[in-house]
Design a protein around this ligand. Structure first.
Ligand code: FAD
Length: 413
């Protein structure tokens, strides 16, 4: 077991495990540290409470790294349609993959499936090593770059430390990097339901007074629920009886998929807007939720983190090839310039949408519905929305914009 790597990635969630795979694939020696053992095997009954709507851009990254076949083997759910309703008005948006050059708009995948697929891949690389169930407790400067201390007392050195340890990042705090942001005083209640009607491979979303309610199609025919509620309602609906919850969900969904016949475990996650003041420091970088946390109303958080991962992989692979220092300012500044602005645009767009659907005065609701219907009837505007939401806009890292991607029917739009 070695205690020195070119790069150490702290946090083996979706984003950290992706960076680690990409670097190991580029021949960079990398240590992947995670505070727990990531899930690898589970009972086939039921789905993970946490799922992600992966964009085509994210799927391109998984494919380019070689993780996608294993993720598909474990189970993914392509969605071909997306229907968004304004619960307070008459606005409606319908996105159809037939209007794009792709067979699907994206894929709903259980988070544990993505993580397990990436860890399986990572462990197949010779220059990658994983250390689990031993959280990092301290980070300090070192002649080589940085030195990490694990809870067991073990010390690990690297030219560059990449922190992917989530929104409450200990690494970010220890490096003294502050954050800007605010709580939404809302929680995302998640659960899995069975419904009388088929989900028809469609992602459904209804904007309600407290926040959006989404039904996301799962590969086993069930739907994953992400229901944004005020903090008190989220607590009440997480703790109430199954019967009361089903009645409330039925009412909120307006019987969208018919009767809800079964519901799984419920959990709620506080939602906030949080952006790190800086993405980098000497021999140190932040990726994923450690750098930015956004409202999940359009399912973009993990997708934005995967773009950070792809940018980091591209820049470090180039630096390695050109024999430049991996933890050097040149690489880190380019990473920060590339990703910080792009993330801020996405975070701001999510924040504006959240605020726009939080207004319930009728004149505004009418205007909002009108706006949705105008977009719905404009091929050009829908194409623009689709390109952005599917993670296919310009200026993306090469791994994300891989033209030879799965399911693409032809070049261009
Ligand atoms: C309700 C809800 C729904 C969402 N839906 C979507 C969606 O549909 N699409 C989408 O793109 N995004 C979605 N998101 C956002 C998405 O879940 C996150 O952006 C994403 O999971 C962040 O991944 P990450 O790898 O950066 O961080 P995390 O998933 O938080 O992973 C952090 C990892 O670091 C490890 N770790 C932490 N501290 C240490 C330490 N000291 N030492 C070692 N390891 C450590 C943890 O064990 C963990 O494995 C949603 C979020 C919410 C709340």
């Amino acid at each position: 077991m070695i205690d020195q790597y070119e790069v150490v990635v702290v946090g083996g969630g979706i984003v950290g495990a992706t960076v680690a795979c990409g670097l190991a694939r580029a021949g960079i020696s990398v240590g992947l540290l995670n505070k727990d053992d990531p899930p690898r095997i589970w009972s086939q009954v039921g789905c993970d409470l946490r799922v992600s709507a992966l964009t085509q851009g994210s799927v391109n990254i998984m494919q380019a790294l070689g993780a996608w076949p294993e993720i598909v083997r474990r189970g993914v759910s392509p969605y071909r349609d997306m229907r968004v309703y304004d619960g307070a008005g008459h606005g409606c948006l319908h996105f159809d993959s037939a209007e794009t050059h792709f067979q699907e708009l994206g894929f709903i995948v259980e988070n544990r499936v993505i993580v397990a697929g990436l860890w399986d891949l990572f462990e197949s690389f010779e220059c990658g090593e994983s250390i689990c169930a031993d959280p990092v407790v301290a980070i300090a400067p070192h002649d080589l770059g940085r030195q990490l201390t694990l809870r067991s007392g073990r010390c690990i050195k690297a030219e560059l430390v990449i922190a992917a340890d989530g929104q409450h990042s200990v690494m970010r705090s220890q490096m003294g990097i502050g954050v800007q942001g605010w709580p939404y005083h809302q929680q995302g209640l998640v659960t899995t339901v069975s419904t009388a009607k088929s989900h028809q491979r469609t992602a459904w979303q209804r904007f309600l007074e407290q926040g959006p309610l989404a039904f996301l199609p799962l590969h086993n025919g069930q739907s994953s629920i992400v229901w944004t509620l005020g903090t008190a309602s989220a607590k009440a609906y997480t703790e109430c009886s199954e019967g009361d919850f089903l009645a409330a969900l039925m009412k909120a969904s307006d019987g969208l998929l018919g009767e809800i016949t079964a519901v799984g475990t419920r959990a709620a996650f506080p939602l906030n807007f949080q952006h790190a003041n800086s993405y980098t420091a000497e021999a140190f970088a932040l990726v994923g939720d450690a750098a930015h946390t956004m409202h999940p109303l359009a399912g973009q958080g993990a997708n934005a983190g995967l773009l950070d991962a792809a940018a980091m992989i591209e820049l470090l692979a180039q630096a390695k090839e050109r024999r430049r220092p991996l933890g050097g300012q040149q690489v880190l500044r380019r990473y920060e310039r590339w990703r910080k602005g792009d993330n801020l645009v996405m975070m701001t767009a999510m924040d504006l949408l959240k605020r726009m659907y939080g207004v319930h005065e009728q004149p505004f609701v009418q205007l909002r519905s009108l706006g949705m219907n105008v977009i719905n009837n404009s091929r050009l505007l829908k194409k623009m929305f689709n390109q952005y939401a599917m993670g296919l806009r310009s200026g993306l890292p090469t791994l994300a914009s891989n033209a030879a991607s799965h399911g693409k029917r032809s070049e261009g739009w």
